[in-house]
Design a protein around this ligand. Structure first.
Ligand code: MRU
Length: 343
């Protein structure tokens, strides 16, 4: 099952509501671009490639839902602005909207909605192929018997299907390599313990969930042969924006001479953004931190304040290599990233 899929008859975008996993597998049926933007904002759909794919279908919904006498182009333009604003850090969201508009442009004589839906579907299918290619490149970096440490969720749920960093782990597993995955639980939204563990259960890959703060200890003990993460945006100099906690993980990997691999489709590379300090970091509702329930009770005292940056920046110098569909990229990153990024 893909994380999201399109029904042209509705038209309807179906997507797995990731807020409800692992307890319940609920599929949302979205019929407007506004509903898609809200699903992205509230993280019913999440993960950089998945929100890009959802937004592309959102454009098709905007065109299909345009009332008679209204300007379709204007409606699509308004929808694209709302979709772009839903989450700021993942460049895949902006990329997918631009790419879908670009690809569908010459097809207007077939109808704007059909052209946008066709473009979105092609991009969704390509995402899966890209991830399988990334998986093959990345699996070569892993050996039989390795323990790998993974942050957040980069699997089928975070993409259209198969996953990026988790796709590398899946490919190595499918090749017969015996791996064990240490799953960072990834506070505050627990994408690791809720989503990555749920996926690994289905793939039959051995894993153990660890508290985020345990990662440094496991690295220091020599228990980890590689750290694998995804990214929401890679700046031109190789700085990486990814789920909060990635920076500390990269520091601990560096200190313990463990390779730190960032696994991304080239659509995550943003050559327009020179370095990490220029990447917008999403600040989410403090309630996501404060409302954690511990033994049936809200963990934080009433009246507590919290800060909730959703992403952090890992400097390029801490990234051993980027794994992309174009191959494994080593420093110097301004050069190797620019070489694989199509204009
Ligand atoms: O806030 P999220 O859950 O959307 O954050 C997701 C991540 O940080 C992933 O690592 C990233 O999007 C890559 S997913 C292939």
């Amino acid at each position: 099952m893909r994380s999201l899929w399109w029904d042209p008859a509705g038209p309807t975008l179906h997507l797995i509501d990731q807020r409800q996993l692992p307890g319940r597998l609920v599929v949302l049926e979205l019929k407007t671009a506004d509903a898609v933007a809200e699903a992205i904002r509230t993280m019913a759909v999440r993960g950089a490639p998945a929100i890009g794919a959802a937004a592309a279908f959102g454009l098709a919904l905007a065109a299909a839902g345009t009332k008679a006498g209204r300007d379709v182009e204007a409606e699509v333009h308004r929808a694209s602005a709302r979709l772009r604003a839903a989450r700021p850090t993942a460049v895949n969201l902006q990329w997918a909207i631009d790419e879908c508009l670009r690809r569908s442009g010459p097809l207007t004589e077939r109808g704007r909605a059909a052209a946008l839906a066709d473009a979105a579907q092609a991009m969704a299918d390509e995402d899966v192929e890209t991830n399988r290619t990334i998986g093959r490149h990345g699996a070569a970096l892993l050996s039989d018997g390795d323990t790998v440490l993974h942050h957040c969720n980069t699997g089928a749920l975070a993409t259209v299907d198969y996953g990026t960093a988790l796709g590398v782990i899946r490919t190595a597993h499918e090749q017969g390599k015996r791996l064990r995955v240490l799953v960072d639980e990834t506070r505050p939204r627990l994408q690791g313990s809720r989503l990555t563990a749920w996926e690994l259960e289905q793939y039959g890959i051995p894993y153990a969930i660890i508290a985020d703060g345990a990662a440094g200890h496991m690295l220091q003990r020599g228990e980890v042969q590689a750290v694998l993460v995804g990214a929401d945006r890679v700046a031109a100099n190789g700085d990486v924006a990814n789920k909060i906690g990635t920076y500390m993980l990269a520091l601990a990997a560096h200190d313990n001479h463990v390779p730190f691999y960032c696994v991304v489709p080239t659509s995550t590379i943003d050559l327009v953004t020179p370095n990490g300090s220029a990447i917008p970091i999403e600040e989410r509702d403090p309630a996501e931190v404060l409302d954690l329930v511990h033994q049936g009770q809200r963990a934080a005292p009433e009246g507590s304040q919290a800060l909730n940056p959703a992403f952090d920046i890992t400097p390029a110098r801490l990234v051993t290599a980027f794994v992309t569909e174009a191959g494994v990229l080593h420093p110097p990153y301004p050069d190797t990233l620019a070489q694989v990024k199509s204009p």
